[in-house]
Design a protein around this ligand. Structure first.
Ligand code: FAD
Length: 664
């Protein structure tokens, strides 16, 4: 029945103002207005149709992506959209494409690492897309270990040029998105060599293809690296391979904000501090954390709506069967993910603030917060992307068999999302960086310099080593101080235990390798503390709207207590809480699930996603799942004919064969 809202009875249960929650989710009324307008614009335009992506072959998929990107650009110009509107529109087009790298890496790298002069020259071209750029750092042989890159970029004082060369097979650039078939330019990272001296890895703007006929320039070999995981999914992106055979570029194409090479070939550090480069990294990782909340909330929206539609077992006397969302096990898997989506939203919002704060301080030559900002964005990138990847897969399972259909939207969402655990820093490598920062923080505790920002709690390490939770009944766990106290004590104690183990080993690097699993766990505990504490901080703000704050308080408690329950071993073995307190946390968690249940559908409605964006039969706003699933099946190309191609060649002969000699 078209036009009927099959989930209306769920929406009527809302105990809070959903429109007010939409504003909280979007960040402001303005952000909601823009995102709502842009998402509807995309959803209503058939040119942005995406329900056939999984059926397309690679070439058609790729060409379709080019068409959409060009059409989006045309609309952005025609409608005179602002940068904010344009970026929203692109995100609702929802198709991994070369433009992601152009806007997400190429432009920020020029802004962050280029001199003013370089920005003046390159940014207008890039912003109007008269050149298209990518970010070519990773090589076949090295990704995480950037210092291991092999591409050489040697200054030739005779011609005032750099010569870029790929000396080995493993020095081939490998993976950069947008490189394979589209980009005209790249930020290429390689070893800078002047006068025989290696100055380490630096970035350069390099033209790869002719702006007239798109052919690779002399000395450049470039192509796509091949199909990736999933149907459709990330295959709309041309991740590429690139080799240089003594390619020459002018000297002024080295990104020279932090260091430069003079006409005479002298390598000079500018008075702009090297740390500035970290600013771009903080920016990029902050967007990844925000995107994590978006991806997870999409999956959760699908799984929650479908869990309210799906009924299994429990019918008595001819009554309806139970909605699967009412099963406690379903709630215990789904609601922590709902809570995580909100938690990541707020930690992402805070990271946006942090980036602005870091940049303001950098302008004033204050670098004091940079190591901490760098470590915490690295850690949060790792934590949120891992949890989101696992969460999307859990949502697929929460949808039972139908979750495995491409029309559920979940397989493709997972396939597109999962490489975030690897790109922009492998998640384990990033946690090890956080652990290094924690160990340095502990080592400096005696120096009198107080730790700042998200490691400030380490300044109270003596107290945290002794503290005992005073929780006596289940409701005590609703007190934010009780939760914070336990998470701080756990993080501090795990980090201190690592530091103590490391101090017993004479070779610090050897010790770091030996205890790296414990260090990763300590870093994870620290990052979970950040997420919990930022959620709690958010709730200390004024949050208007009937019942909105109350719902968020429930979600915050679910996020914290779910993790406390999941990592109970940590909390018990470090002695932060007793086993009785652990089981009280579990009691409280059960009660919170019951409280969130009537609000589950309204809480996912607050994400304000269009059906186009969700791209899921199971997650449809109106809950009209079964007729649409049935209809969708008949759209599959295999159903174009009743008898499949190949029947005469393969099926019929098999059916008719006489197996006189077979041993079957
Ligand atoms: C879809 C996608 C898009 C990408 N886009 C780009 C792009 O646009 N531009 C670009 O330059 N690159 C890009 N990359 C490359 C990406 O940045 C690298 O793959 C990433 O940095 C990981 O490096 P790696 O592949 O060398 O992994 P490796 O470092 O080889 O990781 C392999 C394993 O070793 C482990 N490991 C590595 N070092 C350590 C250590 N010190 N301690 C413990 N364990 C360790 C890792 O945890 C992992 O389990 C992309 C990759 C993907 C998948």
């Amino acid at each position: 029945m078209e036009g009927v809202d099959h989930l209306a009875f769920e929406r009527n249960k809302a105990q809070f103002d959903v429109d007010a929650m939409k504003i909280v989710w979007a960040g402001s009324s303005h952000a909601l207005e823009v995102s709502d307008r842009m998402s509807r614009l995309v959803a209503s335009d058939p040119a942005f149709r995406k329900d056939n992506r999984a059926m397309l072959g690679r070439k058609d998929l790729f060409k379709n992506t080019l068409r959409k990107a060009a059409y989006a650009m045309k609309r952005i110009i025609e409608l005179r959209l602002s940068e904010e509107e344009a970026s929203m529109l692109r995100s609702f087009v929802d198709e991994p494409a070369f433009i992601d790298l152009h806007w997400g890496m190429f432009v920020p790298a020029i802004k962050g690492q280029g001199t003013e002069e370089q920005q003046k020259k390159w940014l207008p071209l890039a912003l109007k897309m008269q050149i298209i750029g990518c970010y070519a750092q990773t090589e076949l042989g090295h990704g995480s270990n950037v210092q291991g890159l092999e591409t050489t970029i040697t200054f030739d004082p005779k011609t005032d040029e750099f010569v870029i060369h790929s000396p080995t097979l493993t020095s081939s650039k490998w993976w950069p998105g947008g490189l394979g078939k589209v980009s005209t330019h790249a930020i290429v990272y390689g070893r800078l060599i002047t006068d025989g001296q290696d100055h380490g890895v630096h970035g350069f703007i390099v033209q790869l293809r002719s702006l007239d006929d798109h052919l690779p320039l002399p000395g450049i070999t470039v192509g796509d690296i091949g199909m990736k995981f999933g149907n459709g999914a990330y295959n709309s992106m041309d991740n590429g391979v690139l080799r240089f055979d003594h390619v020459r570029i002018p000297r002024d194409q080295m990104l020279m904000r932090v260091s430069r090479v003079t006409r005479e070939g002298k390598y000079v550090q500018s008075n702009v501090p090297r740390q500035l480069v970290y600013g771009t990294m903080v920016y990029v990782r902050q967007t990844i954390v925000s995107d994590a909340s978006t991806a997870l909330s999409r999956a959760v929206c699908i799984a929650t709506r479908y869990s309210a539609v799906r009924r299994q077992f429990g019918a008595t006397d001819g009554s309806l069967e139970s909605q699967v969302i009412d099963y406690k096990t379903q709630q215990a898997r789904l609601f922590p993910l709902l809570a995580s989506a909100y938690a990541f939203r707020f930690v992402g919002e805070w990271l946006k603030w942090l980036y602005t704060d870091v940049m303001t301080r950098l302008q004033a030559n204050d670098f004091s917060t940079l190591p901490e900002a760098h470590a915490c964005t690295a850690g949060l990138k790792s934590l949120t992307t891992s949890a989101t990847s696992d969460g999307i897969e859990e949502c697929r399972k929460l949808c039972g068999g139908h979750g495995y259909l491409c029309s559920s939207g979940l397989p493709e969402l997972f396939a597109v999302y999962v490489p975030t655990c690897t790109y922009e820093g492998d998640n384990i490598v990033l946690l090890l960086q956080v652990a290094r920062h924690l160990m340095k923080t502990i080592a400096r505790l005696g120096s009198g310099k107080k730790p700042v920002g998200t490691v400030a709690y380490m300044g109270r390490v003596e107290e945290l080593m002794e503290s005992q939770s005073d929780v006596q009944k289940a409701e005590d766990w609703l007190n934010p101080n009780a939760v914070l106290g336990a998470f701080e004590a756990r993080a501090a104690r795990k980090a201190v235990a690592c530091a103590q183990n490391l101090s017993k080993i004479s070779n610090p690097e050897g010790g770091f390798l030996e205890f790296s699993n414990d260090l990763v766990e300590a870093a994870r505990a620290h990052c979970q503390l950040i997420v919990v504490s930022k959620f709690i901080e958010k709730l200390q703000q004024d949050i208007p709207g009937k019942g909105v704050k109350q719902q968020l308080e429930i979600l915050c408690s679910i996020y914290a207590l779910f993790h406390l329950h999941k990592h109970l071993g940590d909390f018990l073995s470090t002695g932060c809480i007793t086993s009785k307190q652990g089981s009280l946390a579990n009691d409280q968690l059960r009660s919170l699930y019951t409280q969130v249940r009537p609000n589950a559908i309204p809480l996912v409605d607050a994400f304000n996603y269009t059906d186009h964006y969700l791209s899921s039969v199971l997650g449809r706003y109106d809950g009209n799942v079964y007729p649409k699933l049935y209809e969708e099946a008949w759209n599959d190309p295999l159903n174009d004919s009743v008898i499949p191609d190949g029947f005469q060649e393969y099926i019929r002969p098999m059916l008719k064969q006489q197996l006189r000699n077979a041993r079957l």
